[in-house]
Unconditional design. Sequence first.
Length: 100
Amino acid sequence: MDIMLKDKTKLVIWPVYLDATKSRGEGRVLPLKDSVKSPTLKEIEKAASELSLAPVVEMDKAYPKSWWSTGGRVLVDKKGPKSIISKQIAHKISKTRSQK
């Protein structure tokens, strides 16, 4: 959990959490079958909006395990466990992608 984040009503979603191209050791939290390839902040934000999680994008943030690359993160309303919310967001993204 980010020490700077005092707001307990928000969850941090790092793109790496949902990324099928990353290993568990690199920070992926979802099983491969639930992951999506290289999700973007835009996609995560859109999916979180559709799930009405009031997303807030923070572009300048770097995932602690890869502190050298500021890929950004998305804060979403905490409406359940992180694992469930991450899975819902990933599902939305893959649905959106398959519609294109």
